[in-house]
Structures are given as structure tokens and as C-alpha cells.
Design a protein around this ligand. Structure first.
Ligand SMILES: C[S@@+](CC[C@H](N)C(=O)[O-])C[C@H]1O[C@@H](n2cnc3c(N)ncnc32)[C@H](O)[C@@H]1O
Length: 245
């Protein structure tokens, strides 16, 4: 790991007031990503430190994430934002839900390499994870789906009072309008759309916070794939949820 990357990890540890012991597992996550088989296009530590680690740790700006005891990260891919949050929040249990088995194997191996003990991987679609229903304080998702679809994945999995936190890019009126309509059907309410600046150049990053304010109707989750095929809230707007670079 280069000195610049080490310095950047130290900056993040200081910025979020993490214990010194979190430095090593964060570096080990970057080492795990620096492999041609890692299921992400951003592998070089000099880039991944921002695009994956800093962006994931932006969630720590939210008291609801800092205080959560159970977090489900849907569509975790190579493990983001779930694995860095597991390092930062040792008292929380993080479940990374990912539908592709090869990616689940990568997440498990990366968690082992970084000696992360409070994360588990569920190889399933979010809509099929029956054990997670009503059990999570927070659901996170980055680069998974339009906001309305995320709301439908997350609502059944949240406890009442729980929070969906969606990492999104530039704001999109259509997407937000559809999401608001979907949320109303699901027992969710849009609480806040918070601009964040996890690293220089991440100019349009927003965290969308949707609170579960009422029980989700029993007809959810719908069959796998339906949330995308027949989205709630009528028209689906554009999605600007890609990790920023
Ligand atoms: C673009 S990747 C984003 C990965 C990661 N969250 C990130 O930001 O780096 C989206 C991931 O979601 C997974 N996925 C798609 N639909 C899913 C679903 N319904 N349930 C669980 N995982 C899903 C895909 O296999 C893929 O790994």
C-alpha cells in the first residue's frame, strides 16, 4: 500500500473518529480489492480508497447508522458500503445481501482477510430474504436500483421506525417523485435528502433517507423481479446511483 493511500486511510479514520484498530482492516479491504478477479471495476487502491471506502463511510454522518445494531446492505456487490461500515461499527451486525454467488464468495473472502467478524453474507435476492423481514434498524443500498425500487426492497426488511439509506448521485426529480409515491404505498416516508462530500470530486453525492413510519402491507415483498418490472409509483424516473469517480 502506498504512503498516500495509508495517509488517506488515516484521514478517514480521523474524520469519522474511528479507533486506530480500524486502520488495518480498512487497508486489508483495499488489498482484497486489488485483484483482477474482484467483482468491481475500481480495484486500484489509489482509486478504491475514495470510490469504495470513503464513499461507504459517508454513511457514518448519520446518527441512525452510527447507532444501528442491525444493518442490511442490499446488492452489496464487492461489499460496499457494508464491509467498511462493519469495520467502523463493531457493535452492529451487518448482513450483506447479494444475489450473485461469485460476488458473495468474494465478500466472504474479503471479510475473512480483514478479520471482520460482525458481517455475514446472504446469497439471495433482497425480495427473497425471508429471514430478514422486519429485523433491520437500517437498510443501505448503493448502485442497486432506482429509489422507488429500493424502497420496495427495503420496506419489508425494516423494523418499524427503521431507516432506508440510499447512496445516490445527482438529484433526479422524476426518480424522487416515483419514489415518494412508492414510499406512501409501502409505509415509508422521505425524511431527508442529504448532500455529502465523501471525497474531492464527489460533487453530487446524496444520501436519501426514507423512514418506515407504518407497517408495510402484507402483499410485500412481491415476487422476485416484480419491483423492477412493474414499479410502484407509475413511471420510473432516471437513476443516478452509480458510484462516483
Ligand atoms: C452495481 S452493483 C453495486 C454493488 C455495490 N453496492 C457497490 O455500490 O459497489 C449492484 C449489485 O446488486 C446485485 N443485485 C441486483 N439485484 C439484486 C437483488 N434484487 N437482490 C440482491 N442483489 C441484487 C447485483 O448482483 C450487483 O452485484
Amino acid at each position: 500500500m502506498s504512503g498516500a493511500v495509508d495517509a488517506r486511510i488515516a484521514e478517514l479514520v480521523a474524520r469519522y473518529g474511528l479507533p486506530d484498530e480500524s486502520t488495518r482492516p480498512l487497508a486489508q479491504l483495499l488489498e482484497a480489492l486489488d485483484d483482477e478477479h474482484a467483482p468491481t471495476t475500481v480495484r486500484a487502491p489509489e482509486e478504491a480508497i475514495d470510490v469504495h471506502l470513503a464513499d461507504s463511510l459517508a454513511g457514518l454522518e448519520l446518527p441512525a447508522i452510527r447507532d444501528a445494531r442491525s444493518i442490511a446492505d442490499l446488492g452489496a456487490g464487492a461489499g460496499f458500503p457494508g464491509l467498511p461500515l462493519a469495520v467502523a461499527l463493531p457493535k452492529a451486525r451487518i448482513t450483506l445481501v447479494e444475489s450473485i454467488a461469485r460476488k458473495c464468495a468474494f465478500i466472504s473472502a474479503a471479510a475473512r482477510a480483514a478479520a471482520i467478524e460482525n458481517a455475514e453474507v446472504v446469497a439471495a435476492r433482497a425480495e427473497e430474504w425471508a429471514d430478514g423481514i422486519g429485523r433491520n434498524d437500517v437498510v443501505t443500498a448503493r448502485a442497486l436500483a432506482p429509489l422507488g425500487v429500493l424502497a420496495e426492497y427495503a420496506a419489508p426488511l425494516l423494523r418499524e421506525g427503521g431507516l432506508l439509506v440510499a447512496w445516490k448521485g445527482r438529484r433526479d426529480d422524476d426518480e424522487e417523485r416515483v419514489a415518494a409515491a412508492a414510499a406512501a404505498e409501502l409505509g415509508l416516508e422521505i425524511e431527508e435528502i442529504r448532500p455529502v462530500a465523501p471525497y474531492a470530486g464527489a460533487d453530487h453525492r446524496h444520501l436519501h433517507l426514507l423512514r418506515k413510519v407504518a407497517p408495510t402491507p402484507a402483499r410485500f415483498p412481491r415476487r422476485p423481479g416484480m419491483a423492477r418490472k412493474r414499479p410502484l409509483g407509475a413511471r420510473v424516473g432516471g437513476s443516478s446511483d452509480r458510484p462516483q469517480r
